[in-house]
Design a protein around this ligand. Structure first.
Ligand code: PAN
Ligand code: ZN
Length: 196
């Protein structure tokens, strides 16, 4: 890990950092139960366990005062009518925020709070998205051709709670309806226990 200030570049066309510590690939099998159309999910998985998204992490200590950052790349595609997306999570320390800066592609961030508020905000090149503390977040690639590339930064002590979303889902989902991204209620959503 670096102990002096450092720089790196995000080179076009793919925006892969010139230096990174970890390259995570999440494939279809890691998203079991998250897509609404289970038959479409199983059909696709039977053909190939394709990679849905990738994350390049820059190494920093996971502690308050540090900023964890990197690049997230969601590939284009759909499971049934539902676009490829990230697992999504709350931060374990709920009162931690995150900034996303979209470099490439077209998509949205689906967000919600434990209190029941929800929001869906666009991600397109040049757009900055501020995810408030307490808001779970999932990025969705609504393009049929291009990767959705975002740069993210969040507090080192945030942590990731994937379990709540894995079990209960997001309230809203984004599907392709007649060729247009459309926000609908997620029929598989269930109310989690009220959190502090
Ligand atoms: C991002 C996400 C990244 C991948 O770094 O971790 O986009 O999404 P999942 O973590 O939901 O698989 C972030 O929000 N970190 O806190
Ligand atoms: Zn996050």
């Amino acid at each position: 890990m670096k102990d002096v200030p450092f720089t790196f570049e995000l080179n076009k066309p793919d925006f892969i950092p010139t230096e990174y510590y970890n390259h995570i690939k999440r494939s279809l099998s890691a998203m079991k139960g998250q897509f609404w159309d289970r038959e479409a999910y199983n059909r696709l998985l039977a053909i190939e366990d394709i990679v849905l998204y990738e994350v390049y992490e820059i190494k920093r200590p996971e502690m308050a005062g540090e900023l964890l950052h990197g690049i997230s790349i969601v590939h284009p595609g759909k499971v049934g009518e539902e676009y490829f997306m990230t697992k999504g999570h709350f931060h374990t320390v709920l009162e931690t925020a995150e900034v996303y800066y979209c470099q490439k592609g077209q998509g949205v961030m689906v967000m919600e709070t434990p209190e029941g508020d929800w929001a869906v905000e666009p991600l397109n090149p040049g757009r900055v998205l501020y995810v408030l503390p307490r808001w779970a977040h999932r990025s969705v690639n609504t393009s049929s051709e291009e990767d959705l590339v975002t740069f993210f930064v969040y507090p080192g002590n945030a942590g990731h709670d994937y379990g709540t979303i894995e079990e209960h889902g997001f309230r809203k989902m984004v599907i392709d309806r007649n060729g247009r991204p459309t926000i609908t209620d997620n029929p598989r959503w269930s109310a989690p226990d009220r959190r502090k």
